[in-house]
Design a protein around this ligand. Structure first.
Ligand code: PLP
Length: 361
């Protein structure tokens, strides 16, 4: 099998060994003679798998199961845009608007209650991360999007929200950067960028916050308490997807954990940014402030849209380098370099960029 270079923003590349293990488990899970697609979510073997996956998540994040619960839910990160305010927006909540996905989260919160957009970088087309934000005293929570998948910015420093609980959409940098996860009361991430396939969303929630502040008057399936009480087995979870997350987390652990994966992500991103900065007459990075640049989604422009199209087409036709086109709302070029993207792919891509520069500058 020949693998294409896949720089897709999500669903995205997974480690080949995870795909191989999954293909085996699709035929026969744990030598039971039963596929992971066929097994009961109430079986002993599946129960062990989901518990191990929860434990691995917490271990990689440096969190304890006494303090945090891990859920594997359907509905994508997009459902979390609604579940968070349904459960926690009682009076008012603060949101920071740093891009397309933040805006979607804000829109859902507005269905529920008073939503304060306390900072936004929209006036500069989301090319930076707002600093020195004044949060609303007594806000129920602050919501941020740690990595902005489309605009290529990322929070490197987490803002100090004092006593106000912090909630984060980490869909596109989950376990890809070292963070003090204890500072968050709730973290959610669609698995399909860094830790698995589409169809499962990882939710890590502080038990005490839910017990003390969670709204009890929320319909069953949308109530976090339902899922926490049943250890993420209230209804049939996405079993195959959880298997893939399990194996991807094991792969991260084998690399040396989040810190090791982060160091590689940093190297990969710097190969690109250093090249762009050295050739800034031709490779134009919209995110000028270096500390705001995303390690996961590296966005760049060429002098004209025609050149950008030519680059994307030649990358594909000459080297089978796929999915380099920027999001339809912003255009340009975007390299998504998530956890499982090998550093060799980025090295090869930079080589091609050098050639392309010589021929087209
Ligand atoms: C991809 C993405 C989403 C959307 O996730 P779904 O699982 O498709 O709902 C939300 N937030 C961020 C930051 C994303 O990158």
């Amino acid at each position: 099998m020949k693998r294409a270079y896949n720089f897709a923003p999500g669903p995205a590349v997974l480690p080949i060994e995870v795909l191989e293990e999954t293909s085996k488990a699709v035929l026969d899970f744990n030598n039971l003679g039963i596929s992971i697609m066929e097994i009961s979510h109430r079986s002993k073997d599946f129960d062990a798998l989901i518990k191990e996956t929860q434990q691995l998540t917490l271990e990689l994040m440096g969190l304890s199961s006494d303090d945090y619960a891990v859920l594997f839910l359907g509905g994508g990160a997009s459902l979390q845009f609604l579940m968070v305010p349904l459960n926690f927006l009682r009076e008012q909540a603060d949101y920071v608007s740093t891009g397309y996905w933040s805006k979607k989260a804000i829109k859902e919160a507005q269905w529920v209650g008073k939503t304060n957009v306390v900072a936004s970088s929209e006036e500069a087309n989301f090319t930076y991360i707002p600093k020195d934000i004044k949060f609303t005293p007594n806000a129920d929570y602050v919501h941020i999007t740690t990595n902005n998948t489309i605009f290529g910015t990322q929070w490197k420093e987490i803002p100090d929200t004092g006593d106000i609980p912090l909630v984060a959409d980490m869909s596109s940098d989950f376990l890809g950067i070292t963070r003090d996860f204890k500072r968050f009361s709730l973290i959610y991430a669609g698995a399909q960028k860094n830790v698995g396939p589409a169809g499962v969303t990882v939710v890590v929630i502080k038990r005490k916050w839910l017990e003390e502040k969670g709204n009890p008057n929320v319909a069953t399936m949308l109530n976090y308490s339902t899922h926490v009480k049943e250890n993420s087995l209230f209804n049939t979870p996405p079993c195959v997807n959880i298997f893939v997350v399990n194996r991807t987390l094991k792969w991260i652990k084998k690399q040396g954990g989040v810190e090791a994966v982060y160091q590689t992500n940093l190297k990969k991103a710097n190969l690109l940014y250093d090249f762009f900065d050295a050739n800034s007459d031709f490779w134009i990075t919209p995110v000028k402030n270096k500390e705001d640049r995303s390690l996961m989604n590296i966005v760049v422009n060429l002098p004209t849209p025609e050149l950008e199209n030519k680059f994307v087409e030649e990358a594909k036709s000459k080297h089978n380098m796929t999915n380099l086109k920027g999001h339809r709302s912003v255009g340009g070029i975007r390299v998504s370099s998530y956890n499982a993207c090998p550093i060799e792919w980025i090295e090869d891509l930079v080589k091609f960029m050098e050639e392309f520069t010589k021929e087209n500058r």
